[in-house]
Design a protein around this ligand. Structure first.
Ligand code: GLU
Length: 469
């Protein structure tokens, strides 16, 4: 049974890089009919918080990355790690070390001065020290001194490291807590993880972890270390580039489907295809399609994808999302307005749900002010006559439908001998407050007669006050 795991440390929100790793793990397990495990690596008691755990769970939930096992918490498995440390000591693969901080520091300085790589020199390796009350001691893994450790990484290819490069790493701190490399190994072993997909910032840990797995006679998983995500300036992705926490994208009105689609393409490709349904992603995903080079985050591309999903998702799904946001505002939308039609009209032209909400707000509440530019350009004396005629013509309309509204506008352009823009644009600014909207006859139809006429009157008054002749 193939098993992948996502093993975040809950020291903050779930970042795009983490979400992408989780997605790859999830996709691979789905593709091969395996299992996906969520493991919370919360052993760093100072930096881990329950809020971060919750933030990770919420983000996984929002993205729909459901796990088959877990969440496991490393803090609940301390006994097991200590048991394995004891076993390693007993079988001669680990030892107590009493080297003081001062000694290690001066060793380091000496090594640096003679241009050597800083490493533990194995001082206590063969001393067979026993723990003594009150004496701070760590436990170190006895890394083999001969030979090399190698693995075939699905992204990086063959990785081989000489054991002479690796020193005896600490597996238990002097406060008794197990270290990251030890707990990861024990978990991957106990949870029968077959495929470790993670960020390539961990690639240097892998040979060390493999040596511990060998010492435990455990199966070594396959590895895929994915390159990191960069900002569009080629620098490591950070706050400077915009939001890095996944849930910020949820807040900003991105759809989880778009986010997943965007993330999968950041580091994996299948020809030139950009848009993938979830089942296509699962079907086409392969470890060998993972990119070798770092990928750059690009907000425009994400916006484009989000727009595709907003346009093509079932309308009721989009309506729900819009309503959720409108419900947070002091806005009444339960009137005669055809809500779905408004959403449908506008979803063709926005990149996020928030933008959609912003652009339809005028339908439900009177705007406070006109868009400054639009008003100064359009709401002037020459617009007065067209607006008066519109008010007159539209108030007489019996059938409030698009075609009839269009007919009124057209007959005014003919009567006044002016182009469409001279009538349509004042009408647009009058009813929407700004100069962009879907076709004006459709907009006016959706707004309804009462609101449209009231807003035309308001524009006429506005011109009279602000641009008296
Ligand atoms: N907890 C580690 C991290 O968040 C990941 C460890 C792993 O995947 O092995 O960076």
């Amino acid at each position: 049974m193939i098993k992948t795991r996502f093993a975040p440390s809950p020291t903050g929100v779930l970042h795009l890089g983490g979400a992408r790793t989780a997605l790859f793990c999830w996709l691979y397990s789905k593709k091969v009919g395996g299992k996906f495990v969520l493991r919370i690596e919360d052993t760093d008691l100072e930096r881990s918080t329950p809020e971060s755990v919750q933030a990770i769970l919420d983000a996984m939930d929002w993205l729909g990355l459901n796990y088959d096992e877990g969440p496991y918490y490393q803090t609940q498995r301390f006994e097991r790690y200590l048991e394995i440390i004891k076993q390693l000591i007993e079988q001669g693969d680990a030892y107590y070390c009493e080297c003081s901080r001062d000694r290690l520091e001066s060793l380091r300085e000496q090594q640096m001065a003679s241009k050597q790589k800083p490493r533990y020199d194995g001082c206590c390796r063969d001393l067979e020290l026993q723990p003594e009350d009150g004496k701070p001691m760590v436990v170190r893994f006895k890394n083999p001194q001969q030979g090399a450790v190698s693995f075939r990484d699905h992204v990086k290819g063959e990785v081989k490291v000489s054991n002479a490069e690796l020193d005896d790493l600490i597996i238990k701190r002097s406060d008794g807590s197990p270290t990251y490399n030890l707990s990861v190994v024990v978990d991957d072993m106990d949870m029968s993880i077959t495929h470790v997909l993670r960020g390539d910032d961990h690639v240097n840990n892998t040979p060390r972890q493999i040596n511990i797995l060998y010492a435990l006679d455990a199966q070594v998983p396959e590895y895929a270390h994915v390159p990191m995500i960069l900002g569009d300036d080629g620098k490591r992705l950070s706050k400077r580039h915009g939001a890095v926490g996944v849930m910020e994208y949820c807040e900003a009105g991105y759809l989880p489907e778009a986010m997943l689609n965007y993330l999968v393409r950041l580091g994996w490709s299948h020809g030139d295809q950009e848009v993938f349904t979830q089942s296509e992603m699962i079907e086409l995903f392969s470890l060998d399609g993972l990119n070798r080079s770092a990928s750059s985050f690009n907000t425009e591309k994400l916006n484009w994808l989000n727009q595709q999903y907003i346009m093509n998702s079932p309308l009721p799904d989009i309506v729900v999302l819009v309503k959720q946001r409108l419900d947070r505002l002091p806005v009444e939308y339960d009137d005669n307005l055809d809500f779905s039609a408004v959403v449908d009209l506008y979803r063709q032209r926005v990149s996020t749900i928030n933008e959609l909400v912003d652009s339809i707000l005028y339908c439900f509440q009177d705007f406070d002010d006109y868009d400054v530019k639009a008003a100064s350009k359009v709401l002037k004396q020459p617009a007065l006559e067209p607006l008066r005629c519109l008010h007159d013509g539209l108030s007489k309309l019996e059938n409030w439908d698009r075609a009839s509204i269009h007919g009124v506008i057209e007959s005014i352009t003919e009567a006044l001998q002016v182009g469409m823009g001279k009538v349509g644009q004042p009408l647009r600014v009058a009813v929407t407050g700004g100069s962009f909207s879907p076709p004006i006859d459709q907009t006016v139809e959706l707004l309804g007669k009462t609101t449209s006429l009231a807003r035309i009157r308001r524009a006429i008054d506005y011109i009279a006050i602000n641009n008296p002749s």
